[in-house]
Design a protein around this ligand. Structure first.
Ligand SMILES: Cc1ncc(C[n+]2csc(CCOP(=O)(O)OP(=O)(O)O)c2C)c(N)n1
Ligand SMILES: CC(=O)[C@@H](O)[C@H](O)COP(=O)(O)O
Ligand SMILES: [Mg+2]
Length: 635
């Protein structure tokens, strides 16, 4: 049934909201919510988070003068209502697809997206940057950061508030507190926020106390201040945010349009310094199946609007993530020293499996990758065996901790790096492109990649057994290739690869989950009379130099293949061969990696096609180094 959206149909840009009455804005929010549900039912995406900010999106655009005022959504996964209001409604059904709208905010997409995002907790820093720009004469108005209760647990948000509170410049932070991250939120700060929102009359009470206090003579005022501290439960009588230099307003009902509009208007009129508005919202608001789901429909596949049933595709092979979760739980059952760390993604990383069995040995640190890595280093130093399970893209945030706290001290922290390679709909921001490059250059690191899901089980066992220093293994999003699974993981010899197919013309040396593509390419080439060896390197560090030497000696060309950026495995092989004289006798070496550009969202297969890493691309690379292209077969 087509949606009835008479008000929304009149909105071509946020300027249209500014002529609407408060009643119309409330009705517009209802229409917008229906539109978001309808869009995401066709595209999939971050539904629950977007439904939670429908009223906020309308109110902010109605009160502030976007795009001159800069509205910055933290993470950006909740930006669908904002996109609909900012002249992108007609393209919404292309969301997260190849050539379509991004699922996050993106500067190149719209002037209403002043700052791109997808990794969390950057919004206050960016907003503060715009604020400085405004004060230094740049053509920019107020800056408004909207940050969730999950995102505000990350250290970066406090670094930003520390600076903003000190600078004292006019800046708006809206805390969108739905008491939910991807999983239920964790940590003392979460408890603190819950305490604040549980005291709805808190602001009024404090306001009264403050007014009363100001009217008292000096000595009495101190007593009143102490009394206020008792009432509010905070030592200085203010909230944490006030102690940091912000004016705190709230908690307010983030779905009550009159309350939202009145609060934003008052803040906009009166603010002279940084203001934090605490809006309490409901993740999945207004859509029953989302509100009642344990994950609040954080990220969904396409779904049926009436029933809420998601169209999850049938799998032919187990997903890498669950293979990891299962294998680690098995290892943990055998070894009581194994502990695990996730940064707010227990189900995304599969650590929920181990947590179900060994809850006291799995630590969800919240969105705090830096802390997670150093925390694991501390546990390793104490004699425990920590596994840090973090997506490749988010591990980037913990890099100095990896270098300084783990590698330099040679601590045996095990890094389980999920979402390695191109991930699909989340696009370039979530691609696991760089981990091999940034880990394999660290002295003493063991760096592995799983060629298939059985190999992942072996790598978990290898990492569990290895106490010699830091060790990592990477594996992609999605299903494995359907290989026979081992009963139990075998401990691999460190630095030893394997040959899967013997040939004589060209060797394909694969690092990671492009192994099936290499085998398929070898098969295609065999049918064309080209004899190809396929080897699985398993290790980017230490390299299997014996295997590489043998491939180099017995083939006219070696082609490395990996699901990662340049500077990774291929670069390690190239450096080794160049420095050991392996290239001195005419060996042709090619490195197939992701190209030197960010790959836009599409299906993973389409992204790999864009990257030039399909089976046909691999076969083509082999043809290009064959004798008819001028490469003589070496003795
Ligand atoms: C640095 C980083 N780590 C992890 C994530 C994955 N992630 C995306 S959204 C999210 C939860 C955010 O919760 P919150 O800020 O409360 O937003 P909500 O979805 O509840 O509106 C997480 C953990 C990320 N985007 N960036
Ligand atoms: C917004 C965000 O960063 C996460 O929700 C991410 O989209 C999850 O990705 P997966 O679906 O691969 O777990
Ligand atoms: Mg939240």
């Amino acid at each position: 049934m087509p949606l009835e959206t008479p008000l929304l149909d009149t909105v071509n840009s946020p300027a249209d909201l500014r002529g609407m009455s408060d009643g119309e804005l409330a009705r517009l929010a209802d229409e917008l919510r229906a539109e978001v549900i309808s869009v995401v039912s066709e595209t999939g995406g971050h539904l629950g988070s977007s439904l939670g900010v429908v009223e906020l999106s309308v109110a902010i655009h109605a009160v502030f003068n976007t795009p001159v005022d800069k509205l910055i959504w933290d993470v950006g996964h909740q930006c669908y209502p904002h996109k609909i209001l900012t002249a992108r409604r007609a393209r919404m059904r292309s969301l997260r697809q190849g050539g379509g709208l991004s699922g996050f905010t993106k500067r190149s997409e719209s002037e209403f997206d002043p700052f791109g995002a997808a990794h969390s907790s950057t919004s206050i820093s960016a907003a503060l940057g715009f604020t400085i720009g405004r004060d230094m004469g740049m053509p920019t108005g107020d800056a408004i950061a909207v940050i969730g209760d999950g995102a505000i647990t990350a250290g970066m948000a406090y670094e930003a508030m520390n600076a903003a509170g000190d600078l004292g410049k006019r800046l708006f932070v809206i805390l969108n507190d739905n008491d939910m991250s991807i999983a239920p939120p964790v940590g003392a700060l979460n408890k603190y926020l819950n305490g604040l929102s549980a005291h709805a009359p808190f602001a009024a009470l404090r306001g009264m106390a403050e007014g009363f206090e100001a009217a008292l003579p000096g000595p009495l005022r101190d007593g009143a201040r102490r009394a206020r501290a008792l009432v509010t439960g905070t030592p200085g009588g203010g909230t944490l945010f006030e102690e940091l230099g912000f004016t705190y307003i709230g908690p307010i009902d983030g779905h009550n349009m009159p309350e939202l509009l009145a609060t934003l208007r008052a803040a906009k009129t009166r603010a002279t310094g940084p203001v934090l508005i605490h809006a309490v919202t409901v993740k999945g608001k207004g859509y029953g199946p989302a509100e009642s789901a344990a994950d609040k429909y954080h990220g969904v596949a396409k779904f049926d609007v009436i029933s809420g049933t998601q169209a999850k595709s049938k799998s032919n092979a187990p997903a890498y993530t669950s293979v990891f979760g299962c294998a680690l739980t098995d290892e943990a059952a055998r070894d009581g020293r194994i502990v695990a760390v996730t940064a707010a993604m227990p189900s995304g990383t599969g650590l929920d499996m181990m947590a179900a069995r060994f809850p006291a040995r799995v630590f969800d640190v919240g969105i705090a990758e830096q802390h997670g890595v150093t925390f694991a280093a501390g546990m390793a130093a104490s004699g425990l065996k920590p596994f840090v399970a973090i997506y490749s893209t988010f591990l980037q945030r913990g890099y100095d901790q990896i270098v300084h706290d783990v590698a330099l001290q040679g601590l045996p922290v095990r890094f389980a790096i999920d979402r390695a390679g191109l991930v699909g709909a989340d696009g370039a921001t979530h691609a696991g492109a760089f981990d091999v490059g940034y880990l394999a250059n660290l002295p003493g690191f063991v760096v592995m990649a799983a060629g298939d899901e059985a190999e992942l089980v072996h790598m978990v066992a290898t990492a569990a057994a290895y106490d010699g220093g830091p060790i990592s293994f990477r594996y992609p999003r999605g299903e494995g290739s359907g290989v026979q699974m081992p009963e139990r993981g075998e401990v691999l010899e460190i630095g030893r690869g394997r040959v899967l197919r013997e040939g004589s013309d060209v060797a394909l040396l694969c690092f990671g989950a492009h192994l099936p593509e290499c085998l398929l390419a070898a098969e295609t080439l065999a049918a064309q009379g080209v004899s190809v060896t396929v080897a699985d390197a398993r290790f980017a560090k230490p390299l299997d130099t014996a295997l590489i030497g043998q491939l180099a000696r017995h083939h006219a060309a070696v082609i490395t293949v990996e699901q990662g950026a340049g500077g990774g495995f291929g670069a390690q092989v190239l450096q080794y061969l160049a420095n050991s004289g392996g290239l001195d006798h005419g060996l042709r070496l090619r490195t197939l990696t992701l190209p030197d550009r960010f790959i836009e969202q599409a299906s993973p297969a389409a992204m790999y096609a864009d990257a030039g890493l399909t089976v046909a691309d691999i076969a083509d690379a082999v043809h290009k180094v064959l004798p008819q292209h001028g490469v003589a077969k070496r003795a």
